[in-house]
Design a protein around this ligand. Sequence first.
Ligand code: ATP
Ligand code: MG
Length: 332
Amino acid sequence: RPRVFSAMQPTADSLHLGNYLGALRQWVALQEDHDAIYSVVDLHALTVSPDPAVLRHRSRLTAAQYLAAGVDPARSLLFLQSHVAQHTQLAWILSCLTGFGEASRMTQFKDKAARQGSEGASVGLFTYPILMAADILLYDTALVPVGEDQRQHLELARDLAQRLNTRVGREVVTVPEASIVRATAKIYDLAEPTAKMSKSGHASGLIELLDDPKVIAKRIRSAVTDADTVIRFDREAKPGVSNLLTIHSALSGTSVADLEAEFAGKMYGHLKVAVADVVVETLAPLRERVTELMAAPDELDAILADGADRARTIAAGTLARVYDAVGLVPPA
Ligand code: ATP
Ligand code: MG
């Protein structure tokens, strides 16, 4: 069974529909026939200086959303990144293999740093992709299910794996592949449909998994469309309408072409009501399950502790191999 690894940052209370359709839903499907490892990357979330109590709450809440969406701890491994020390240890080795210019080309850093202002961005935000590469390489990951926005970071992880292997002349770590589902690779912000939906984006553009159905319906009703009135998929000319069609199609299983036929001659308002219905219907049971899980924090913590134990065993093996390969003396 090929190894799968993926993760999300606990940078908001709720995950959003982009996280769900771009990644989480794939994670659940992949655990059927893959050896799956899923993490809540709390160390990555530190790059945006969260309040400590808020971070702690969000880390558990994010794990609860994985479970509620169908990640099964009996089949997959689920843990918090900070529970496995090897992530930061491997990140150091990889940072010594990464060129400064190479790291400077990462577009997510440029975008996020620009939003935070020149004094706002931390060195941690800069080295974020190197820690992410460590997350992936520690588990000899074959496949990384992520959204389109992570393609460049994944390319870096591949380059670093290859560089390490080439330097020592043998395969020390597995070179990972991205698994990006084309149709839902990028879900766009409802209020600004040319930007990706982001936890750190504007609230009005988000469909959050844990939102009240009324709020979800209201945000979809207010989604930016265009002055034209035709319901048709055209990413360039009609980004707002195309995004709504993508969301409906991904959740209802109806093809975009069939939706175009179904909504021919109808108004944007009709499409928005239909999208709100299908979103609310999908998310209602998930939201309920999260409430149950958060009411039993000891059980949740036990699942995370068990996941961390198993992850640590794998990670320690890889780290020892890498330490040896780069010339560090093993402890006697
Ligand atoms: P942040 O704004 O804090 O970076 P985020 O919304 O980008 O939050 P991440 O935790 O960085 O979420 O990413 C988790 C996963 O969700 C990744 O696999 C990422 O590719 C995917 N993802 C994030 N946004 C989208 C989107 N708009 N469409 C599809 N997939 C997405
Ligand atoms: Mg992100």
